[in-house]
Ligand binder design. Structure first.
Ligand code: COA
Length: 714
């Protein structure tokens, strides 16, 4: 059945303009597919129409297959993944030329549809990509077969393995689009289509083998792509499957290649990894949907940000804001620190230019958005003030007294603290409803997570504005409640301590780190501690007594390393040694120190198994996450997952700590926690929420579903 609402057709003389109109992102679900087919049927039947332009409404051509359809197939293996093949054949075999006018984003199935068209024109803001690997799957609508035919094997491999979109201009240079239009895209596409109709028979992608190359010249590209996939996406199966599908394109006829692609795609859709990564995708989007916020009016827009403190965090936050087009006033109590901050910023932009990531003009424009100001001078005009001074409560309170007095009425007053009490800062500011925590992660201009900490008095409008800011900065905002260490760092401490206890009992730091990276963590915990700085964790331990260790067992070595000046990467020595390349090198001095501390404290050293390392560290993380969730510090289990996926290098293909716990089974985790409690003491006592869910045979996912259903009730 035609659905004129979903895909309206407009006549422009002898050219039909077919528009996908399915907000918010023109996802191509079954209804859109059949509406498109019906629209093309109507155009075919009309002898006065000689050519077709297919485009999308809004800023997106099409963001791909409908994620919900994909989810249905991922969760229920009796369901088939979305099938585009009939539509794509209809498009490619269409007797009248079809020009795809790519307005904005064309991703996944959106780009696959576009590649079946006879020509493509893009606007200057277009982003084209096949991001399926981010969901643990591969393009399954002929994308792995058409892309190499258009852009050649090396570029196709790069796009499919990285999942990163390219610009319209890059796509034109690569041969993916025929033209880029600066002006009215549809107008340009209509003219292009009319011209094409005059020229006659349109070329078809599947007949174009000229760019594929031969087996011998391709092999090094495949080998390099496999190596890149293993390096950048370790343990993930989809990138390797995608490479295999492209290899099929390079060696087999189109139809046979498509059959192979379909088989590989189906295998990925059925995989545990796809399930976990789809959970991560939906969990991220769900984090921004806070019940109640939508009904409380539009939050004030932020255009000017004042940042107090030009250290590592302050400087990087300034870049994050400037990169998003915001104006920034940056200040610091020390003139030298401010100068240092600006030279860090300049160096960072210069290195982006040197690496070809940014044009010199764009870097200069961003740099110019950051203004150096003295003291609290920036506060009066800014809609948002971010305090990024040293992690010390007394100092932060002094700052909040000042900004409470000087900021304009209604301004948002934020602290970048990673652990300290937001309510105390709110109280001294005199405007606690305006105070919120914006916990950026280092490096703040790169890391995607923004932990948004609402105090008891923080207004809904301020929370909504913080979420909006996260989106503007292209970050993932997760709202949590104010409690020591919030969610991320609170979970980090028991995890980190368990690693240190294991070292005291006989494991080496590199052995622990290897188990964790083999599990999929981006870095081992000792390497993370070295990168962040041992003094940072030390300062938090001193500020917040509850992070000093539990039931009599405190980690014994970290403080000694700090006293020895081994602060991690910045002093070239911490848990490891570091050379020029900043790669961790196991250090016998540390092993000797750990051994002597163990001896002095009568800790018996023994061989520690990989299983024990994994269980004790990851279950400590899971248990603390469950505790934070049970206490309401995190709202949903999925929020805990998002925090660890985007801020702490938890492997995407495991879906986050609490999702991972569900896959192991809460009954099993509960049982193991009890055993660990018997052996090691109270710190392994199962969190009450975890114990309850385990008893009920339930899961964290079920817990979230119940919560969301409750919140949705009027
Ligand atoms: N199918 C269905 N819904 C989709 C979707 C898809 N392919 N892609 C995005 N959406 C939804 C999101 O869930 C979100 O819904 P919500 O507002 O109810 O939470 C909404 O569209 C906006 O998405 P969001 O990511 O918040 O917007 P954005 O402007 O930041 O980014 C995209 C837009 C298209 C770049 C981004 O959504 C994206 O990368 N989508 C997935 C693309 C993809 O992987 N395609 C291949 C799928 S097979």
């Amino acid at each position: 059945m035609a659905s004129p609402e979903l895909v309206p057709v407009e006549r422009r003389g002898d050219v039909a303009v077919v528009r996908i109109d399915h907000p918010p992102v023109n996802a191509i679900g079954e209804e859109v597919r059949s509406a498109l087919a019906a629209a093309l049927g109507a155009v075919a039947a009309d002898p006065e129409l000689r050519a077709v332009v297919i485009t999308g409404t809004g800023r997106t051509f099409a963001a791909g297959a409908d994620i919900r359809e994909l989810e249905a197939a991922v969760l229920d293996h009796a369901r088939e993944p979305p099938d585009f093949h009939a539509l794509l054949s209809l498009v490619e075999d269409f007797a009248k030329p079809i020009v795809m006018a790519l307005n904005g984003t064309a991703l996944g199935g959106g780009l696959e549809l576009a590649m079946a068209g006879h020509y493509r024109v893009a606007d200057s803001d277009a982003r084209l990509g096949l991001p399926e690997v981010n969901l643990g799957i591969i393009p399954g609508a002929e994308g792995t077969q058409r892309l190499p035919r258009l852009v050649g094997v090396p570029k196709a491999l790069e796009m499919v393995v990285s999942g990163k979109p390219i610009s319209g201009e890059e796509a034109r240079a690569a041969g993916l689009v025929d033209a880029v239009h600066g002006g009215d895209l549809v107008e340009g596409a209509v003219a292009f289509a009319r011209d094409a109709a005059r020229r006659g028979a349109p070329p078809r992608t599947r007949e174009r083998g000229d760019r594929i190359g031969d087996a011998a010249s391709n092999e090094p590209h495949f080998a390099a792509a496999r190596a890149q996939a293993r390096r950048t996406r370790p343990h993930q199966t989809a990138p390797l499957a995608a490479i295999q599908a492209i290899a099929a394109a390079a060696t087999l006829p189109f139809d046979e290649g498509c059959r192979q692609e379909r088989a590989l795609a189906r295998g990925c859709v059925r995989s545990e990894q796809a399930r976990a990564m789809l959970h991560g995708f939906l969990a991220e989007r769900g984090a921004a949907r806070l019940p109640g916020l939508a009904t409380n009016g539009r939050p004030a827009a932020v255009e000017h940000v004042a940042i107090l403190g030009a250290g590592t965090m302050g400087a990087a936050i300034a870049m994050a804001c400037a990169n998003a087009g915001l104006r920034v006033s940056l200040s610091d109590g020390s003139t030298e620190a401010l100068t240092r901050g600006f030279s860090t910023i300049q160096r960072t932009y210069q290195s982006s230019v040197d690496r070809g990531r940014l044009t010199a003009a764009a870097a200069a424009e961003r740099f110019a958005r950051i203004r150096s100001v003295a003291g609290y001078e920036g506060c009066g005009a800014a809609e948002l003030v971010i305090e990024a001074v040293f992690e010390n409560m007394t100092l932060k309170k002094e700052v909040f007294v000042e900004i409470g007095r000087r900021a304009r009425p209604g301004a948002i007053l934020a602290s970048n603290t990673s652990t300290l009490d937001i309510d105390q800062l709110g109280a001294v500011s005199g405007v606690p409803e305006s105070v919120i925590g914006l916990h950026f992660f280092s490096p703040a201009h790169v890391m995607r997570l923004l932990e948004i900490v609402r105090g008891v008095a923080t207004s809904e409008g301020v929370v909504a504005a913080a979420l909006q800011l996260a989106k503007r900065l292209s970050k993932v905002g997760v709202v949590v409640r104010n409690a020591p260490g919030f969610v991320g760092n609170r979970m980090m401490f028991p995890y980190m301590y368990e690693a240190q206890f294991l070292a005291e009992e006989g494991a080496s730091p590199e052995q622990v780190d290897e188990v964790l990276t083999d599990f999929g963590m981006a870095m081992g915990i000792f390497a993370v501690d070295d990168m962040g700085g041992l003094d940072v964790a030390w300062r938090i331990r001193k500020e917040l007594r509850q992070f000093e260790g539990d039931d009599g067992r405190k980690p014994l070595v970290a403080d000694l390393l700090v006293e020895l000046g081994r602060l991690g990467q910045k002093t070239r020595k911490g848990w490891y040694r570091y050379g020029e390349d900043r790669k961790p090198i196991p250090d016998p001095e540390v092993v000797a120190l750990v051994e002597s501390v163990a001896r002095a404290n009568r800790i018996e050293r023994r061989p520690v198994s990989r299983e024990e390392i994994l269980e004790r560290t990851i279950y400590a993380l899971v248990n603390e996450g469950a505790r934070a969730l049970g206490e309401g510090v995190a709202r949903r289990a999925a929020d805990v997952d998002v925090i660890y996926l985007t801020g702490y290098g938890f492997p995407a293909f495991r879906g986050g700590p609490l999702y991972y716990a569900d896959t192991v089974g809460l009954g099993r985790i509960h049982e193991r926690l009890l055993a660990l409690q018997r052996e090691h003491g109270r710190r392994f006592e199962p969190a009450p929420l975890l114990a309850r869910l385990a008893r009920e045979g339930s899961s964290f996912r079920e817990h979230d579903r119940t919560l969301e259903a409750k919140e949705a009730r009027p």
